[in-house]
Ligand binder design. Sequence first.
Ligand code: FAD
Ligand code: AMP
Length: 480
Amino acid sequence: MSQEFDLVVIGGGPGGYVAAIRAAQLGLKTACVEKWTNDKGAPVLGGTCLNVGCIPSKALLDSTHKFHDAKHEFESHGINTGEVSIDVAAMLARKNTIVDNLTMGVAGLFKANGVTLIHGTGQLQKDRGVKVTAANGSESHLKAGNVILAAGSVPVTIPSAPLIEDIIIDNVGALSIKQVPKRLGIIGAGVIGLEMGTIWQRLGSEVVVLEAMDNFLSTIDKDLSKEAAKCLKKQGMNIRLGALVTSTEVANNEVKVAVKKADGDSETLTFDKLIVAVGRKPYTEGLLSADSGVAVDGRGFVHVSTRCKTDAPGVYAIGDIVRGPMLAHKASEEGMMVADIIAGHKTLMNYDCIPWVIYTHPELAWVGKTEQELKAEGVAIKVGKFPFTASGRAMAANDTQGFVKLIADAETDRILGCHIIGGNASELIAQAVIAMEFGSSAEDLALTVFAHPSMGEAIHEAALAVDGHAIHMANRKKRK
Ligand code: FAD
Ligand code: AMP
């Protein structure tokens, strides 16, 4: 006899667990199948994000930022600390406690909302049947009115750098390095590579980032990528563009990395550890039976409509397993949207207003289109830029790197994009997201009162600068 549910969610990451909670709140009898297991054999919720992604990486970025400040910044505030040192084991233990608290918190939310957690590997079968295989191999069967596939993603591996325990590692290993490596190589100058490099460089590693492409952060606004490259270089991060890793060789606790350079020459670099951060791919292994009716595209993503419907009736897919940015908040929003749809509510998700963040220092955050994209589309635009060097709050905080760049439609003044590099950009970007979500014009932001002194005033000034009327910057135009 199979257990019956209104909704079965496969995967308990930020897409799946949020969908399950929302569905239960809306009165649906909901189960979530999750296979992640801790060292005691118990199920763990939260997926990549809580366990080996967003949260542990930000915990280490925060610890190392404080360490860096204590070592290099406190003195300018008149604070004398004496010798500052880092206890890596304590830093990792703090990170693990945060992860445990959050994942247990999600389990608590499941209980509170009446979501049934089923521990095992789920497979979608024909007509919304779900087969669950437990760790001991036993099988059970669920019957669902609707199914949400939320199986997430896994790191891409490359044949030139196969993982070797403790030496050639992915994001999981990089978040648990026990001793600061003297020489740290990173393959891939994407979000994950730069965040991992930042963590270990602050603790003293010599970091070399090897990036096959000639352009740094090629998809983001050029002003932002240029400023980020400048800031990271100043910090000592050695970012080598046009450097394709062709092979690796591990011997005597070190790794030799063969690199083919843009000019065709080759060289060999030696590291104590090598982090492979060359992207992530959707995870569908064993997820779909041959007759499930769900189609997967050529790149391995589950094929879905704008509202996350797959090709099988009553089956939806969300998060990293489908098209769109591989971001936790995108997965969660899709989860809520789909739960609402299943419960019969009218709902919509705005894919044009998803913020992105890179948590280096300064942070990079953006929403909407880049100047280059808009120009390529032939859209006439106005750009307002305001540097943090002119912000009183940034000066008070010794954090004056970067700027806010706001792009508006030249004709309608509607905000089309906001690109920030600076301290707390991850928080600041929400102001632009909200403005864009409400269809705000640059003038609307310019007429809004911002607290003084605050980093947010830079957004206000950038909005004023769209028409050349920033106050704390030399103006280009006379006010009419
Ligand atoms: P996942 O979080 O991958 O969860 C999928 C879950 O499904 C997993 O728990 C898995 O065990 C389970 N599962 C898979 N198959 C089955 C099956 N057949 N049966 C049962 N269970 C199954 N994003 C941000 O927005 N901000 C960040 O700062 C950020 N930092 C990151 C840092 C790192 C180092 C990494 C690796 C990623 C980061 N991300 C960040 C990306 C973010 O983690 C993902 O976008 C997000 O976790 C995707 O959520 P998801 O629910 O789709 O999938
Ligand atoms: P992201 O997908 O944003 O995490 O970025 C991953 C980066 O890794 C991309 O910019 C790729 O160009 C880069 N990359 C992939 N394979 C290699 C390789 N063999 N050598 C160097 N860089 C690589």
